[in-house]
Design a protein around this ligand. Structure first.
Ligand code: NAD
Ligand code: DAU
Length: 335
């Protein structure tokens, strides 16, 4: 078992990385240095309430080689969450995705190689492309890469770099590819928070295309426990898929949200589809469950959704500053 005492969490002021920082602070005695550029998606408030002796925030760019040479020597491992993460943004302007997701991962790999450190790379199920609605198959670690969007192709490229640095230089790495996360602190550009905050604002939710696209939802805390299990007990050089058997189509999720918030279930707008919109994602997490004994704790989606709705209701001060600009961007795209 690998027992890190100090880790760097890149992107730890974003949605999933900050949840991981909380998880590590609450469940281990490992120290966390968050390295985050604080883009539009990063928010230091996501780390509020954490003991500064346990979790420290360094504001900086993962592409900054000199900064990496300062930080990496003191750490036992780098856990790499930092990314441009939103498909719609990648369609409007791919460039930052190439820079952060591809070049940034390369810079981290090189820093880990120079200083002899381990790296866990956090990636997405979108690298496998999509499945038909009626396909009995789910993604496994053997599924060929077939990414569709500028975002998912930049993540696929980053995965390939990590694999190559392991094979060519023997860098000790692990990789995880997770399905769609939900929970508190998710940016209002993403599907579930966008719809909840629209309803709180008295605006109608917006559904893309025919609404039958399927996503495989997992609570972000379950993603965090899985990443810790892989970092500490996973086999070096291996990839693990993370998912919690949460397949649902978008129109079903949207109607669940509307009902839970006391609105009629057809009180939403159908809007322009996303170009290249992936039809269905589905994860088979048998390897993770079998090898590492991992199990999700949040298995009741209705309960998780109700808690998430309550969180956005109670934390308007957190999401309000981003809402107007996000909706203006969508409106300009007819979405
Ligand atoms: P997010 O957009 O909420 O957060 C990304 C964070 O990275 C932000 O805090 C941002 O400031 C930081 N960042 C961006 N560019 C940076 C740079 N150049 N240097 C340093 N920091 C930078 O994203 P998220 O949804 O929390 O996703 C986190 C990771 O998990 C990503 O790698 C994403 O691909 C992966 N992932 C996400 C999901 C999902 O459902 N959201 C599912 C599977 C995997
Ligand atoms: O599968 C993992 C991926 O999940 C991560 O790698 C990404 O970082 C993360 O953003 C997420 O990607 P998606 O594209 O699946 O998530 P998004 O929240 O953008 O959209 C979820 C689904 O909802 C998708 O089918 C598009 C649809 N949608 C989205 C928005 C914002 C709508 O119908 N209406 C909307 O307003």
């Amino acid at each position: 078992e690998f027992k890190p005492k100090r880790i760097i969490v890149t992107g730890g002021a974003g949605f999933i990385g900050s949840n991981f920082a909380h998880w590590v602070a609450n469940n281990t005695d490992c120290h966390v240095t968050v390295l985050d550029k604080l883009t539009y998606a990063g928010n230091p408030e996501n780390l509020a309430g954490l003991d500064p002796a346990r979790v420290e925030l360094v504001v900086g760019d993962i592409c900054d080689e000199a900064l990496l040479d300062e930080l990496v020597p003191a750490a036992d491992a780098v856990v790499h969450y930092a990314a441009e993460s939103h498909n719609d943004n990648s369609i409007a302007d791919p460039e930052p995705f190439l820079r952060t997701n591809v070049e940034g991962t390369y810079r981290l790999l090189e820093a880990c190689r120079r200083h002899g450190k381990r790296m866990h790379h956090v990636s997405t199920d979108e690298v496998y492309g999509d499945l038909a609605l009626d396909d009995p198959a789910r993604f496994t670690e053997e599924t060929p890469y077939r990414p569709s969007s500028p975002y998912s192709s930049s993540k696929a490229a980053s995965d390939m770099l990590v694999r190559a640095w392991h094979r060519t230089y023997g860098l000790p790495v692990t990789i995880s590819n997770c399905s769609n996360n939900y929970g508190p602190y998710q940016h209002v550009e993403k599907f579930i928070p966008r719809q909840i905050t629209n309803i709180l604002d008295g605006a109608r939710p917006k559904l893309y295309g025919d609404g039958r696209n399927v996503r495989d939802w997992i609570h972000t805390e379950d993603h965090s426990s899985a990443v810790w299990a892989i970092l500490t007990r996973g086999r070096v050089g291996e990839t693990y898929l993370i998912g919690a058997d949460g397949e649902r189509d978008n129109v079903t999720v949207l109607r669940d949200i509307l009902r839970a918030m006391g609105r009629p279930e057809d009180d939403f707008d159908w809007v322009r589809d996303r170009p290249g919109h992936d039809r269905r994602y589905a994860i088979d997490a048998a390897k993770l469950r079998r090898e590492l004994g991992w199990e999700p704790a949040h298995t009741d989606f209705a309960e998780g959704l109700a808690q998430t709705i309550a969180w956005y209701r109670d934390n308007e001060a957190w999401w309000r500053p981003a809402k107007e600009a996000t909706e203006a961007r969508y409106a300009a795209q007819g979405q």
